[in-house]
Design a protein around this ligand. Sequence first.
Ligand code: SF4
Length: 246
Amino acid sequence: MQAYIKAIEPVNVDWTKNVCLKIFFAGCDFKCPFCNTPHLLETREEFLIDLRDVKKEIDLNSGFAEAVIFTGGEPCLQRPQLIELAKQCREKKIKIGIETNGSKPEVLHSLLKENLLDFIALDIKTPFNEELFERLTKSRTFFITTNQVIQNLKATIELLIENKDKLEIEIRTTIIPSLLYRKEDILEIANIVNQLNARWVFQKFDNMAELASKNLQSINPPSLSFLEDIKEACIKQYPQLRIEIK
Ligand code: SF4
């Protein structure tokens, strides 16, 4: 079996004490203009790799890597490859993490059913508001309606609520002036995160990064005091939230 995988790299993450191996799947079903991995959005032939080579790489690193994190792009778009690699990690007693946009609840369900997931980092990019969702993900250009995409994301969140005691969960939201910055919108997301036993990371929009849309490069990043204000407003309403600014 082959997979579209752009890179395999050792990284340090907050989730584990020791080094992890990140496997970067190519291809994504979202088209977020603020995406800072635009080189991973397409499945190009040059990214095709034999899964046996990826498994060898996991084997080689199994002595020191505490975990493997599947990321992208969107790793859930390559379901059989993802599941096969996750099974190999379980056999080698390596922890399994995934970074996902939440669009494929059925794939996450399969991983959870087979006990193939220890950590999930889920992007909640906007509240469940179709207009905002379309602006932040370009979902109007997708094969399915924005409403269907939102229903899938809701199903993913339900799945995480059901499994919140078994999983380490991190929710990520990028705060972007003029796109996602209004207190009322972020409070709506806070209401969702409050149902999960999760760490919530406010990612500071970085206009110096390589972005999918060059137009966004003219937007300044939010100030730290602005982010602190929003954090305070969320904690005032939902005191149990664990929020970090990055
Ligand atoms: S930010 Fe994530 S979900 Fe959005 S296009 Fe980039 S990889 Fe896909």
